[in-house]
Design a protein around this ligand. Structure first.
Ligand code: ZN
Length: 245
């Protein structure tokens, strides 16, 4: 089985379309979405519709959930909050219904799935450092946990040998998965990358070949930039797409 794992689309239609086009050429059986389909960007309804049409499983992210439960906005930055306040009145009834139906966690084959972390997904706590990862390896039992949320692709490895497990970070784009080692894999962001590379990011898991690959796809960033400005969303949210930060 070949899975494409996408996350953090953030209402960026151009990035999502480019990723779906790339996925068509990559022989993918199923597409999984780890959440944050909306927020920040100008095309919430179109992105929800496309994700719903193409993905076999969609999790909720903190931005999706904030559209349903606005008490979540207390923890949002000013720009993130402004974008949700812009988004909510524009959601169609179908979009709202979709958003309200997505679960916090999921499972595929030997993988646990969550937007932010596997321990307490509703806390939205980040896994950014090796010491964060060490803790969260104890919070799931499968071989791999896929996450998004930080918008930065990264792989944490729990290497299991005769002694205590050793932990390290892998930043390459292709990784052979070897049992009994375990992995926390952040697939990066489709619609708002923050690793200084403006290209849309997503991951591919090939369960037959036991291989994970990180894919980057360029898209028409200028078009999304203009749409954000025209929509009256904060200019900061347009500028950051140009530099991927
Ligand atoms: Zn996000």
């Amino acid at each position: 089985m070949r899975y494409a794992i996408i996350s953090d689309i953030h209402s960026n239609l151009e990035a999502l379309q480019a990723v779906l086009k790339a996925i068509e050429r990559l022989n993918i059986d199923r597409i999984i979405c780890l959440g944050d389909v909306v927020g920040y960007g100008p095309d919430p309804n179109q992105c929800i519709e496309l994700v719903t049409k193409n993905c076999t499983l969609i999790l909720t992210g903190n931005h999706d959930y904030a559209c349903i439960d606005q008490s979540e906005l207390e923890n949002f930055t000013q720009y993130a909050r402004e974008a949700i306040e812009w988004t909510v009145p524009k959601l169609t009834a179908e979009s709202y219904q979709q958003l309200a139906s997505w679960p916090f966690t999921g499972e595929i084959d030997n993988c646990f799935l969550a937007h932010a972390n596997p321990g307490d997904p509703r806390s939205w706590d980040y896994i950014l450092t090796l010491s964060d990862a060490r803790y969260y390896f104890s919070q799931f039992s499968s071989e791999i946990c896929f996450i998004g949320h930080s918008h930065r692709p990264i792989i944490f490895i729990e290497q299991r040998g005769q002694n205590w497990p050793r932990y390290h970070v892998y930043t390459g784009t292709s990784l052979a998965l070897e049992s009994p080692h375990r992995y926390i894999i952040n697939v990066g962001s489709v619609g708002q990358p923050r690793d200084s590379n403006p290209a849309a990011a997503f991951g591919i898991l090939d369960t037959d070949q036991q291989l994970f690959e990180e894919i980057r796809v360029t898209y028409d960033v200028q078009k999304t930039y203009q749409k954000i400005i025209s929509a009256g969303l904060p200019e900061f949210l347009a500028n950051r797409l140009l530099i991927g930060r």
